[in-house]
Design a protein around this ligand. Sequence first.
Ligand SMILES: [Zn+2]
Length: 162
Amino acid sequence: MQAKEDPEIYFEHEVMAQTMEGRNINLLSISSQEGRLDTKEAELLNDSNLTGSNTSCFRKNKMIVMFSARVHPGEPNGSLIMQQMLLDLARQEDSPINYLVIPMINVDGVVNGNFRTSFSGRDLNRMYGKKAALCPEVQLVTDLLASHKLIGVVDLHGHSAK
Ligand SMILES: [Zn+2]
């Protein structure tokens, strides 16, 4: 991605978890370099199990917004919006926000051609707050929400009709 070569833009990619079929669930962190600390989150909090442990830490008052898409595999227009959004974020050299982005939550569902469900046959968007042993994707998002002080969460969906 172009932003990785731009010294004004902070861009980091990490694999946050594996799906039930062993595919990667990716997390991107995109921001300006402003407020970036030398210490990684895990070192700062002394917690190697912290979700997002490889992402850099920014000063405490830097705002964090999370974007995600494709919890419902049959909504590919969410990926189109995500693609353009990532291109736009990669051009914001003075962004006061750190964007945490999960481009595709339900990777197994997308690869298998499911319309709404994951590999385990569950609608992941209905599993938040429930026992999620069969839904590592939901656990990932839940941990991310718990370990970061977010000012906003945008989960992209797309329907042609209700
Ligand atoms: Zn949806």
